[in-house]
Design a protein around this ligand. Structure first.
Ligand SMILES: O=c1ccn([C@@H]2O[C@H](COP(=O)(O)OP(=O)(O)O[C@H]3O[C@H](CO)[C@@H](O)[C@H](O)[C@H]3O)[C@@H](O)[C@H]2O)c(=O)[nH]1
Length: 458
């Protein structure tokens, strides 16, 4: 009888990483391969609490938690402390976990035969190599972004950036002649408002360049037709995206918060292409002033809108303002704390998506042919905005004024411009078609995914 294969998948502890890796895990489990999904303890607890449906998956995917070496929320808020602790403490726990599986089962069928590690936890690849386990890297961000991370040593050597990732020259950045030049604002570790976080993320991405030597297979949540030249700049890169949630997975995609599905009924009550969907991912934080401007902009656009306002989206109290705002827009605005985003974006009434340009949100928008309004917050989101607005031309930037704020006027103007652009809508439909093709029977990403699964099963 053929042996049952067992794959261990380890995620970086953040929303934008858990969701796509869980989708990949489901694809693998669909082919009869056993999957163990490893998270840091604190994020494991959140995933389990928000997705009760995942318990039913336990026969296909086993969810396991390992400590990250930190105790409190306060400690984890410091990105330097957190990334440092993770890379010191988690490799040992991972090794122990793999050894425990071996000892407790003693059955050859149960041995972990393959490890897939998020590019931000590259140390897991080193553990796997030491233990003689086959392995692959998984990239949650765009391939164009990963290219930059993998070229960090070259960028330092060339005097483009310093040892902490800060730009030394404001020129266009050329990695190779076949690749489109990057702007200095595209650097994927950019955190304009927080140099300490920038340093921490830069250090983590620099280690991705180091750990890349432990794996010669790089699974990318993108499709070849979207980022062809970037794919050619990463040896071993395999396009397997866009990873999208199947209908059965909608309710348990690995959200860290409970999804509020009442917004789907609300969307049902609106005509096709009428609603502005507004969501800025899991980490964006606004000052109250910026928050008010966006709110006034939406209010004045007088177009129906659905806005995801996480309880921690502002760094100051806005509840009093919000009460009045909700009262004023009650006939055309709906607010939720967390939406079932993929279902929302697939809904016919959604006309455009005002987004922070996280890579998952970007892909989800593209896969549904929804025009994008871009207000990046940090890291790869600036590069994604450039790709959206300048390369694929499927959206518009919502830009800051001289005070660094996007004004209500700007919000109103750009909503109206994106909704009125036939060119953008036509480009969206073209990219949507490409995305669908790539994951349909015979499509480039589906073929790659199938051959990867064959490799895992071999
Ligand atoms: O109300 C909401 C809002 C978001 N989502 C989902 O949450 C995910 C968010 O992912 P993403 O759009 O990538 O944003 P972040 O959570 O901010 O992701 C982090 O990880 C990404 C992948 O590396 C990076 O591109 C981002 O910059 C980084 O902030 C997506 O799948 C959304 O569908 C929901 O389900 N409901």
């Amino acid at each position: 009888m053929a042996k049952l294969k067992h794959v261990l998948v380890i995620s970086f502890p953040a929303q934008g990483h858990v969701i796509p890796l869980l989708k990949l895990s489901h694809c693998i489990a669909d082919h009869g391969v056993k999957v163990t999904f490893v998270n840091a303890e604190f994020i494991h607890a959140q995933v389990m609490a928000a997705n009760p449906g995942l318990d039913n998956e336990s026969h296909r995917i086993k969810f396991v938690a390992i400590p990250d070496g930190l105790i409190s929320y306060e400690e984890r808020k410091d990105p330097i402390k957190m990334l440092d602790s993770m890379s010191r403490v988690m490799p040992g726990h991972l090794q122990e976990l793999i050894e425990k599986v071996k000892q407790s089962n003693g059955i050859e069928d149960e041995q972990i035969s393959f490890l897939i590690a998020d590019v931000m936890v590259g140390w897991a690849l080193e553990v796997a190599e030491r233990m003689g386990i086959q392995r692959a890297t998984f990239c949650a961000p765009s391939v164009s972004g990963v290219v930059l991370a993998l070229h960090i040593p070259k960028l330092i050597e060339g005097g483009v950036i310093d040892n902490n990732g800060f730009v030394l020259k404001n020129d266009l950045i050329r990695i190779s002649k076949d690749l489109r030049s990057y702007k200095s604002s595209d650097l994927v570790w950019s955190c304009p408002e927080d140099p300490a976080t920038q340093k921490a993320i830069f250090k983590c991405l620099s280690s991705a360049a180091h750990y890349s030597k432990f794996s010669n297979l790089v699974l990318c949540n993108s499709f070849h037709e979207l980022e062809a030249s970037a794919f050619s700049a990463i040896p071993g890169a395999l396009a397997i995206g866009p990873l999208i949630a199947s209908a059965q997975l909608f309710q348990c995609r690995g959200s860290l918060r409970k999804e509020d599905s009442t917004c789907l009924n609300w969307l049902d009550q609106h005509p096709a292409l009428s609603v502005i969907y507004v969501a800025f991912g899991s980490t964006t934080v606004f000052g109250p002033e910026q928050f008010y401007e966006i709110a006034y902009g939406l209010e004045q656009a007088t177009q129906p809108f659905l806005w995801v306002i996480r309880p921690d989206i502002t760094d100051g109290a806005v509840s009093e303002f919000l009460d009045g705002f909700l009262q004023r827009v009650r006939n055309y605005g709906k607010v939720v704390q967390w939406a079932p985003q993929e279902e929302v974006l697939a809904h016919p009434s959604v006309a455009c998506f005002f987004t922070h340009c996280g890579w998952n949100s970007t892909l989800e928008g593209l896969s549904n042919g929804v025009p994008l309004l871009c207000r990046p917050y940090f890291t790869d989101q600036f590069l994604n905005k450039s790709l959206i607005c300048d390369v694929w031309k499927v959206g518009l930037g919502v830009d800051s004024d001289e005070n660094g704020l996007i004004s209500r006027h700007e919000v109103r103007e750009k909503v109206s411009a994106v909704l009125g652009s036939d060119e953008i809508r036509a480009n969206c439909l073209r990219v949507k078609e490409m995305a669908r093709k790539s994951i349909s029977e015979g499509g480039s990403s589906l073929k790659n995914l199938q051959s990867f699964i064959e490799l895992v099963k071999a």
